[in-house]
Design a protein around this ligand. Structure first.
Ligand code: RP5
Length: 196
């Protein structure tokens, strides 16, 4: 569901909410550009699979700095408990978000054409002492793991999310153990493709 809400202070809040049974999002997934969605959608998909209510927003450190300050400084009051921030290139979004909130901020470096995400990785990881950003891997793996880590953090307070992470991990282990031979798996896939 896409929402465009005009806040009492005139702040326009546009984006998607994935709320499940709860009324408000516990995780805010923000990203520097709409072009980051191809990566950040994996964080959203993973949170959805774990049943974690969340919202997704474009908040740019460089193009909409006032919006970033507003989002970061109001997140706690709005009931957000963890922020996942994805950005590429000169990725200032996670660090600047962390500078305006005491909520845990998890940074996802988005892969860039020029430097393959190494630029964003270093920019997000190399925070000065005193303002932490939990930095994940570049790209899709980082987005998935940011969601899992967010759910684990929430799991210290909300037992259902801890159990959802446990189930995710158990099923993942089961899938790997059920397919120990990659050659056999590839052959089965090929056979299946021919049959269709
Ligand atoms: C960063 O610049 C964004 O996070 C994005 O990864 C990158 C490129 O943005 P666009 O030019 O595609 O909007 O701030």
């Amino acid at each position: 569901m896409v929402t465009v809400r005009k806040k009492p202070n005139g702040f326009v809040n546009a984006g998607s909410d994935h709320l499940g049974e709860r009324e408000h999002p516990l995780v805010g997934i923000i990203m520097g550009s709409g072009s980051d969605w191809d990566t950040m959608k994996f964080a959203s998909k993973t949170l959805k699979a774990l049943g974690v209510p969340h919202e997704t927003r474009v908040v740019s450190a460089h193009r909409t700095p006032d919006h970033l300050f507003e989002y970061a400084s109001h997140a706690e009051k709005r009931g957000i408990e963890v922020i996942i921030a994805g950005a590429g290139g000169a990725a200032h979004l996670p660090g600047m978000t962390a500078s305006k909130t005491v909520l845990p901020v998890l940074g996802v470096p988005v892969e860039s054409k020029a430097l393959k995400g190494l630029d964003a990785l270093l920019s997000i990881a190399q925070m000065p002492g005193g303002v932490p950003v939990g930095t994940l891997a570049i790209g899709r793996s980082g987005a998935v793991n940011a969601a899992l880590l967010a759910a684990s953090i929430l799991g210290t307070k909300h037992r259902s999310f801890r159990e959802a992470v446990r189930k995710f991990r158990t099923e993942q282990t089961g899938r790997v153990l059920a397919n120990p031979d990659p050659a056999a798996a590839a052959a089965a896939q090929k056979k299946k493709g021919k049959r269709v």
